[in-house]
Design a protein. Sequence first.
Length: 491
Amino acid sequence: MQKLTETKLKAIKPRKTPFKVSDGGGLFLLVTEVGKYWRWKYRFDGKEKSLSFGKYPEISLAKAREVHQVGRALLKEGQNPSDKRRIEKLTRKISNKSDFKSIAIEWFDQKMTDKSVDHQKRQMAILEKDLFPTLGNVSVREITALELTVILHRTEKRSVDMAHRVRQVARSVLAYAVATGRADSNPARELDVLKPLKQKHLPAIVDPLELGLLMDAAESYQGTKIVRAALKLSIHLFQRPGEIRHMEWKEVNFEKKIWAIPGRKMKTGRDHLVPLSFQAIKILTELRLLTGNNRYAFPGARRNNKPLSENTVRKALRTLGYGNDQVTPHGFRATARTLIDEELGYPMHIIEAQLSHAVKDPNGRAYNRTSHLAERSEMMQEWSNYLDKLTQREKSSRGGSRSGAGRKTEIDQNRKIALINEIRLLKKDDPTLSNSKAIKLLQEKKLIRPQSRERYLTPKHLDPQIKEAFELVEAGGIVDLAPRLSKDKPF
């Protein structure tokens, strides 16, 4: 049964996450931030296959259904529609369009849909800003090296780095044109007319003493708690700034202590697992009190359905007195890479795997997301422990370097979070329940000690953090995966 209409199609708006809208019979529209694409899923020889019919609205609903019916007819005849389409693409269907813009869009649809959304946006911006204005309507057979040189030199005045990116995109599009029989040569392939790229080294702190001072400064940051948490996690987890900002609560498994980043968010396009240390779990558990009702762990200040803006953590570093020439959010990756190698002594291939770099194991096999997960989990915990040792505030709160000192503070903090969770769960069953009555009920259940209630939970002696958390409970904050109280471990 066909479900879509042109009116419905026009009304569909993209979301941050790609999604599918079915028309029936395996035909569906894949909606992403950069476009809407027709896809057809079918089975041949017992295996699932898929075909791309092009981009909407260039390919209308009627045209997509027509091609869909042709494919279904081929299936009934025992033919694989994919084989038929491969031949068509090299003949009538692709030879009708030979202008640079049409081929570039076709190349984008073929090569970019499995890349991260940010990467897709960057590539499309290069096409629209730098290449389409001059080459959009020109046949790829007529594009010359001189025309490309003029475009590249114009872009080079703005940015040498961007000019190199423009050349790479033009080279890829024209290579696709050659491969599909619509061009005889690629004039961008041997085009060496740009200034060489300067080797860029992002500023990073690699001195342990300086890193300890930065950790102290981050703990004392006077901005919002959300930004402070983003800054601290950037150091503990050393993922790319965009990956930190786009962290979603559904990706965080508190029980397994894993943050699973989907490939569409990664620069590499591959799924990536980030083991979470005790310290990272603590930061996230406290953050969940503030943002647990939102999609993103770090929602934007103005719109909760969007993540923090790109420069928020960078601005926090500037506020703390660190210039662009001293440290950047991306530089935390170099910090971790250097100090985990030099100070903690972990093998470089383990570090590189956690950085999600394209490395291979000693047998030449590419790492997958679970490669050396146990070693990486151990490394991440030891890295967070190392950061604690560098932090002067941590040293004083723990009473020096003795490993057992200071443990009470950590447990007390977890008990506070667990208390709020218990009150939240009670209020879920009875929304009219006041905080004081909830506390009384918990004491009756022997989940709160009488002396603790007198010391921390009376109006006269209410702990400031608990008071703030009470306000979050009233606002509907959730901490579903926070610690729980028990008779063995009461508050």
